[in-house]
Ligand binder design. Sequence first.
Ligand code: AHR
Length: 533
Amino acid sequence: MDGTKLDRRRALQQIAQTASLCAVGTLSSARGAGQPNSLGMAVEVLLGESTGTIKPALYGQFAEHLGGVIYDGIWVGPDSKVPNLGGIRRALVEHVRRLGRVVVRWPGGCFADAYHWRDGIGARAKRPRRFGRWREDTEPNQFGTHEFLRFCRLCEVEPYVAANVGTGSAEEFQHWVEYCNAPPGRTTLADERVANGDREPFGVRYWGVGNESWGCGGKFTPEDYCTQYRKFTEWLPNYGVNPYLIASGPNGNDLEWTRRFFQKWKDYARAPLNGWAAHYYCGTTGHALKFSLEQWYEMLEKANRMEQLITDQWEAMSVVDSSHRVKLVIDEWGCWHPPGTEINPRHLLEQQCCLRDALCAALTLDTFNRHADKIDMANVAQLVNNLHTLFLADGDKFVATPNFYVFEMYRPHHGAKGVRLEVSAPNVGYRVANGIRTIFRVAGSASRAGRDVTVTLVHSHASEPAALTVLLRGGSAANVRQTVLTHQTLNAQNTFDKPDEVVPRSSSTSLGGSTFVCKLQPASINRLDIRLA
Ligand code: AHR
C-alpha cells in the first residue's frame, strides 16, 4: 500500500470516529438491535475518480444443457400447462427482463464441447436424441439455436454462444457463425436459417472458443489449445457483426495457463482475441443451508478471492498484452455446494440459495464494478435450477432466489461510470478451530450517472449493526434512499411456499449533505441512491 492511501485511511478513520450519528437506517432487526458500532467505519466516495464504465454485461447469466437448467427451467414446450411463450417459461422471461440488458451464455459449459449445433435446428419432432453428457441424460435437442435466440429476444438480453472445440471442428464453428449472422439470400446456410423460421440474422456478437479447455473441454496444454484457438478464429465470417472472441482462460487463478497461452499467442501473428475467460467457483463450506458462524465468514472470504484473481490475471496478461487490448471475462462464477438441496432429483447440480449466497453475489458484483476497466463480461453459474442460481422452477412452480434480488438491486450501476470507493472499517474477527481469523467488515462499490450516485455495500458482520459514515468527495447529497436485503436468519431462503422471505426493502431517509451516517443491518446488502444537489 502506498503512503497516500495510508494517510487517506487514517484521515477516514478520524472522520468516522468524530462523525455524529445524525441518522439511522430504516429497518430494525432483532439481531443486534442495539446501538450500532460507529468506530472507524467510513466510506469515501471519490466522485471525480472514474474507474471505467460498468457494462451491463458484467451482470450476465449462464444457461447450460445440464440438469434442470434448459429442460424445465427455460424450456417447458409449447404444449405445456406451465404458462409459456412458444415453449419458453413465461415467469422466467418476465423476471430476466428485470435484470436489464445483460448477456446470457449458452449452451455450456462442458456441454458446449460435445454439442453439434445442427442437432438443434429444423423441425423439433425430427431432431436427434443424443447422449446428454451429464449423467447420461438423453439430450432431446428441443432447445437449439432458434429457441435460444428467441429466449434472448424475449428477455431483451444479448446472446453469448460457446463453440465446440473439444469434439467439433473449426469449419463447424464457422458455419454456425454464418448460419446465425449471414443476411438472407446471401448463402445456403442463411437460406436454411430463413427456412427454419428466422429471416433476419441473429447478429450474435459474443463467441466463446471452447470451454475449460484445460479440463472437460479437451485437457489441452495451453500451447495446444492456443493452436486450436488460432484455427477456429481465422477467417471467421463477419457479416457486419464485429465478433467478440473469447478464449478459454484459467481454472481459478491458475497463472501458468495464462502465461503459457499468452506466450504461445504472441509467438507469431496474434490471432484475434477480445476476452480471456476465467472461471472461479468459490466453492462451499460443506452445505448450502446448514452452516456455523465460522462457515458464514469462511464462505464470504472465499467469494472475496475474486479480487486477487482479477488483479493477478490482469498483471499476467499485461506481460504480453501491455496495452490491455484483451479484457477479462469471468464467464462462470458462484458458490458450489454439495448435492442434497435439489428441489427435483433430476436437476443435477441444483442447489438452494440463501442469504449467505446473496452476500457472496453482492460481494462479487461489487468486485467487478471496482474493476470495470479490466472486465468486459461476467456470467454467474447458472441462471435457473443450478449452482448459484437466480431462480428455481419445477413444473408450474417458480421462485426467485435472494441472488435474483441482488442482481436487480445492483441494476442502477449498469452503464454508469464507476467511481473510486475507499472503505475504512475494522475487520471482523471470528473463531476457528486453531485461533481467530479476520475478514473485511464492509466492502462495496460506487458509480455515478449524471446527478445520481449509487453506492452498494456488503456488511459481513453476522450479528451487529454498524453506523457507517459516508463522505462524498466532490458533491453533496440532496437526498438519499436506502434499500436493504437482509434477514434475521442467516440461512433464510425463498421457497415456493414463501417466495418473499428474502426481498429488498427500500425507504427514503432524512440523510443529506457531503457527510452523513447510515445504519447497516447485520448480514446485509445495501444500496444507497444518492441524488446530488
Ligand atoms: O457450471 C457447471 C460446470 O462447471 C460447467 O459445465 C463447467 O464449465 C464448470 O466446470
